[in-house]
Design a protein. Structure first.
Length: 248
């Protein structure tokens, strides 16, 4: 009887538990409850999926999680100020590999339709020599704090973007979703959008409004960007305008 295949290397091996978010993130902060779109509930445990072999889990995937934790210590832990500017320096290859890995983990854990599309990028996620992946785009922006007022009491409260979220998103009032899929990954004030092409050729006129509506700007291949806040925590965390639509 054959053994199940690893989600990343596709080899038949004994499978191990993979964290959706790096365990190092969870040791560095306390996000409290987690949300699972599959079960439509929150709970206190870690989000995991058990379909990854030990070689992938303890090798290239662990390396990428280690790099993400380095970025957490340098940038992600800090809450951006509203209107503030951050100089963000990163390794484009490792960061995009980790974003694809996290999106793929999230999609599989919730059995959503993007899992097969993201599976195409498994060899790129595992490679030691990352390159610019075809048919996918990455965007980044910062999320600043919000000042929320209780209308009954008049009391105000600062809402900060303390959250780790990953999942599909739908940008309202735009077309083009038969051509591309959009996903988000948010770590505190850092908001990444991944755009995955469903086709090898795209009518740019069809997706023009969608691309123009993505917050922030394309992730620079050079690995250095000056970022400013273009969204606020109240908008993101409460789902105003269905953005993001389906967090996990």
């Amino acid at each position: 009887m054959s053994r199940p295949s690893c989600a990343f290397c596709a080899k038949e091996r004994t499978l191990t538990k993979e964290h959706i978010w790096p365990a190092g993130f969870l040791r560095r902060t306390n996000y409290g409850t987690r949300y699972s779109a599959r079960s439509k509930r929150t709970f206190g445990g870690d989000l995991t999926i058990k379909d990854v072999c030990a070689d992938c889990n303890n090798g290239p995937l662990s390396r990428l999680d280690g790099y993400a934790c380095e970025l957490y210590d340098r940038y992600f832990h800090a809450m951006p100020r509203r209107g503030g500017v951050v100089t963000f320096e990163y390794d484009f290859g490792q960061l995009t590999q980790w974003l694809l890995k996290t999106a793929f983990n999230s999609a599989r854990s919730n059995s959503d339709k993007d899992a097969d599309l993201l599976r195409l990028y498994a060899p790129i996620i595992l490679t030691e020599h990352p390159c610019l992946p075809a048919f996918v785009g990455f965007f980044i922006t910062l999320v600043g704090p919000s000042l929320m007022m209780n209308p009954a009491t008049g009391a105000t409260k600062v809402i900060r973007p303390k959250a780790a979220r990953s999942g599909p998103i739908i940008i309202p009032n735009v077309t083009g979703y038969d051509h591309v899929s959009t996903r988000m990954i948010m770590i505190n004030g850092y908001f990444f959008t991944i755009v995955l092409s469903r086709r090898t050729t795209i009518d740019t006129d069809v997706v023009a409004d969608l691309f123009a509506s993505i917050p922030g700007e394309p992730l620079a291949v050079g690995g250095r960007m000056q970022l400013t806040t273009t969204m606020d925590a109240g908008e993101v965390l409460s789902g105003i305008r269905d953005w993001p639509a389906v967090p996990t």
